[in-house]
Design a protein around this ligand. Structure first.
Ligand code: SF4
Length: 342
């Protein structure tokens, strides 16, 4: 079982200390005998311990930076929300195919922002701009926010903030099961709590450092019992020997666990595995022993939004994935909605 994240090393930006959350975190980590260093800015962090890239990368992934979010302009987050709300960046997990490896580049450490009230004020402006339309905010575009939230409770505050809002909704996704502190949040049904799930083989070989399938399902049951709208992202859907059986077992386990009342308003999002040439390079650098299949010649190319070719499955494979996983959803969760397959 993956324990809740505790950083090995902490950096704090001096002006962050004006915020009570930073003071609380620094005191807590010092009491735990964790080294706390000052840094003028996270961009100045250059001397992380470790003798080579492999070691430095791993230490960075267990380093927490306590800082201030300066840019209060939110990125867009289509198709699942209008905006990405920035509460943290980075993740302690070690999923071989994690998109953060390319988007965070040389800064894989985890940053948490302490000026949450200012972030919420920016969210109010975005909501007012679109009112009376609902504005959806995605909290997990740049991190697995649940994985770090037991330390900061920023996400919990965001859940309650959107619970009180008239036109706002929140959503996020996680591969972590450390949800207990979120169960009593006053969400008012305005937060969709999603879990990223996959079959046992894929979680075992490609998602080290994250909660196992049965732990994520147990957490999803707690979340359902706390009356949150619930969803699952099956991602990345990855073809391996026995994948049909693996995914069938995954749906069977979900079916055996989820309470009845949650099934009417259940969503599934399906994302097939894809990679780009730069992503392949960083994956092979960060996880040199990976068994992940990254052979361009077996894939079909698709022109990506960011001006780069993506390698996705061949058309017939995509059809097979859609048919197979679609039939499982219809069989086990006939009332659920498949939001998209991509
Ligand atoms: Fe990346 Fe999500 Fe895995 Fe964290 S849990 S390493 S964000 S894929």
């Amino acid at each position: 079982m993956v324990k809740p994240f505790v950083p090995q090393l902490v950096y704090v930006e001096p002006n962050a200390m004006e915020y009570p959350l930073a003071q609380k975190l620094v005191t807590k980590f010092k009491n735990m005998n964790i080294e706390v260093r000052e840094t003028t800015s996270h961009n100045q962090i250059r001397n992380l311990p470790g003798e080579n890239h492999f070691q430095k990368y791993r230490i960075a992934k267990s380093t927490l930076v306590i800082g201030i979010r300066k840019t209060l302009k939110f990125d867009t987050s289509k198709p699942s929300a209008e905006y990405a709300i920035p509460l943290a960046t980075g993740c302690m997990g070690h999923c071989h195919y994690c998109y953060l490896q390319t988007t965070m580049g040389s800064k894989p450490y985890i940053r948490t922002y302490v000026n949450v009230d200012e972030i919420f004020e920016a969210a109010i402006d975005y909501m007012e701009e679109r009112a009376p339309e609902t504005t959806r905010f995605e909290a997990s575009c740049t991190s697995d926010i649940v994985g770090v939230d037991h330390l900061t409770h920023n996400l919990k505050r965001a859940i309650e903030f959107f619970g009180k809002s008239e036109h706002g909704k929140l959503r996020f996704v996680t591969k972590f099961a450390h949800v207990d502190h979120l169960l009593d949040a006053d969400h008012q049904g305005k937060t969709r709590f999603r879990f990223s799930i996959n079959d046992e083989y894929i979680i075992k070989y490609f998602e080290p450092g994250t909660s196992r399938l049965h732990e994520r399902i147990e957490a999803a049951v707690k979340v359902a019992e706390a009356d949150y709208p619930l969803g699952f992202i099956v991602a990345p859907i990855y073809l391996h020997d026995g994948w049909k059986e693996g995914y069938r077992e995954m749906f069977e386990k979900l079916d055996a666990s989820l309470p009845a009342h949650t099934r009417k308003d259940l969503t599934f999002e399906m994302i097939q595995h894809r990679f780009t040439k730069p992503a392949k390079r960083v994956i092979q650098e960060n996880y040199p022993m990976t068994k992940l299949e990254l052979d361009e010649s077996k894939r079909k190319t698709k022109w990506g939004r960011y001006g780069i070719w993506k390698y996705v499955y061949q058309d017939d494979e995509q059809e097979e994935i859609k048919d197979t996983l679609g039939s499982y959803v219809h069989k086990y969760f006939p009332e659920a909605k498949i939001e998209y397959f991509t």
